[in-house]
Design a protein around this ligand. Structure first.
Ligand SMILES: [Zn+2]
Length: 343
């Protein structure tokens, strides 16, 4: 089999396509031949080395993928050879209180394929059955591969943490990312009014095509005033944040009374100022979110099956061009997902 791996942390050039022995299926696992995988910003941070996160080298990156079951371990009954699957990227103990009540993302041992354990960018891989879900029938392999991490993350943020409701207004910062795009589609499905932001006119046009009702320039320091005027002075009910330092002030100031800001990342920098009086006087909530539960993943798959959710693919690279795909994601020119074809 072939695997994209790195033996040391560093830039995109550390990624190498290597030929390794084909794995046998293990008794408790399902062996999947991967058809497509997708990149996330997490792949870049892990490749560069996250301080305090012990990663065994060489490391196979990647959290998102889809493929076909080619062998089933003797202790596994829920999957069959030939099943088409997408990868659920969360790993967890399955035994603790959080796991037992279906909040696997709160498991103390929660990890992510491609971050805390070897990832999906190898043509054959053994998976725990809990890491597989049915591939949505009408999605392509590339679209299916692009679905898991971004939609799972956005679903938990929008539905569970911010509890966005029909008739409310949501501001989605950084609409061109996988999470931004997923948040737009989910919010629109709920019946919310969606204001999306991006840095270029081209990305704002694409945000409109994905479903945003209004688009704004995320680089405008007074962007929050536009949000106020679009909401008749009220401000947004919810802000979906993952950009971080560069957008934080606009995000907080865009919120209306009792608004909720939910964040899952800080791509542009981890430290931002908060004016505390805004938080208490406006009764704001600042909510953190990372990944989601198996039930959240299944909810996403079921809406993808109905055609409600569909990832926006920016570009597909062959497996042999893994480092070029990483370079492209670092350049931040993309709108939607960067995918790697495994065939
Ligand atoms: Zn657990």
């Amino acid at each position: 089999m072939q695997a994209l791996r790195y033996h040391q942390f560093g830039g995109p050039e550390v990624l190498k396509l290597e030929t390794l022995p084909d794995p046998d299926v293990s008794p408790d696992s399902v062996l999947v031949r991967m058809k497509a995988t997708a990149l996330n910003h997490l792949d870049i941070w892990v490749r560069e080395g996250i301080p305090g996160l012990p990663i065994h080298l060489p490391h196979v990156p990647g959290s998102d993928g889809a493929g076909v079951v080619v062998a089933v371990g003797k202790n596994v009954s829920q999957w069959r050879v030939g099943d088409e699957v997408v990868i659920q990227p969360g790993t967890f103990c399955g035994q603790c209180d959080a796991c037992k009540r279906g909040q696997e993302d709160l498991c103390p041992e929660y990890g992510i394929l491609g971050e805390t354990s070897p990832g999906v960018m190898q043509t054959l891989k053994n998976y725990d059955p809990v890491n597989l879900g049915p591939k949505p029938t009408d999605l392509t392999w590339e679209e299916s591969a692009a679905l898991p991490l971004a939609y799972l993350t956005a679903w938990n943020m929008v539905m569970n943490r911010a509890e966005l409701k029909a008739g409310e207004t949501v501001l989605v910062q950084g609409a061109s990312s996988g999470v931004g795009m997923a948040a737009i589609q989910i919010a629109k499905y709920i019946g919310a009014t969606v204001i999306a932001t991006a840095r270029t006119a081209e990305k704002r046009r694409a945000a409109g095509m994905v479903g945003a009702h209004h688009t704004l320039d995320s680089a405008d320091p007074k962007m929050y005033k536009e949000v106020k005027s679009l909401t008749r002075g009220q401000g947004a009910d919810v802000v979906v944040e993952h950009v971080g330092q560069a957008t934080w002030q606009n995000s907080l100031r865009s919120l209306g009374f009792a608004g909720r800001l939910v964040t899952c990342g800080a791509t542009t920098g981890p430290v931002a100022e908060v004016e505390i009086r805004h938080i208490f006087s406006k009764r704001l909530s600042i909510l953190g979110s990372t990944m989601g539960s198996v039930a959240d993943f299944n909810a996403v798959l079921s809406l993808a099956e109905k055609g409600v959710l569909k990832p926006w693919i920016d570009r597909v690279f062959p497996l042999s061009e893994g480092s070029a795909a990483h370079e492209y994601l670092v350049s931040a020119h993309e709108f939607g997902k960067v995918v790697i074809s495994m065939e």
